[in-house]
Design a protein around this ligand. Structure first.
Ligand code: SF4
Ligand code: SF4
Length: 162
């Protein structure tokens, strides 16, 4: 990643704060191997989002840079990073903690955080329905775009498609 790391406003207590959040105790075990970023589907399409870089920033105490960044809201919560981490760092729990702290510390208004979470749930439902359409008996050679359009229509109308 090309994002610069600035230590000017480093808060040495920030990693400690994050590591005390539920599921985040293994934060200190991160060795910076980059596996989490390599398996992240969001990083694959948006390289500016990197769980490995977020972790590095947390460990460097870059509180404002991390909590004020829109990037922490891009995680799709698929848990692949946590599953593949050789050090058992639970990035999914860490990103949840970062989001909570961002709201608590006033980096993000609660209503914006709520709207983002609702949008995330809708996207997850859309992804699930699209997959169901693609794998349904008789789906034949339906393209992902067609399956997506059908799933979207179903969600808008509240009815199952054909
Ligand atoms: S996979 Fe684990 S150890 Fe490697 S960078 Fe990610 S969190 Fe750190
Ligand atoms: S949980 Fe988030 S950061 Fe981890 S692999 Fe999935 S999208 Fe990427």
């Amino acid at each position: 990643m090309d994002m610069p790391l600035s230590l000017e406003e480093s808060d040495p207590w920030f990693p400690e704060t994050v590591s005390r959040e539920p599921g985040c105790g293994n934060l200190w075990r991160c060795v910076g191997c980059g596996t989490c970023t390599a398996v992240c589907p969001v990083s694959a399409v948006h390289p500016e989002f990197s769980p490995g870089l977020v972790l590095r920033q947390v460990l460097l105490g870059l509180r404002g840079e991390v909590l004020g960044s829109p990037l922490i809201w891009q995680c799709a919560r698929c848990a692949r990073c946590s599953h593949f981490c050789p050090q058992e760092v639970r990035f999914l729990d860490i990103i949840q903690a970062l989001r909570r702290l961002a709201v608590e510390e006033g980096y993000v208004p609660p209503e914006v955080a709520q709207a983002l979470l609702e949008a995330e749930s809708l996207l997850a439902a859309l992804r699930r329905r699209t997959l169901e359409r693609l794998t349904a008996p008789g789906a034949g050679d339906m393209s992902p775009r067609q399956a997506l359009a059908r799933a979207l229509k179903e969600m808008e109308t509240g009815h199952e498609g054909e």
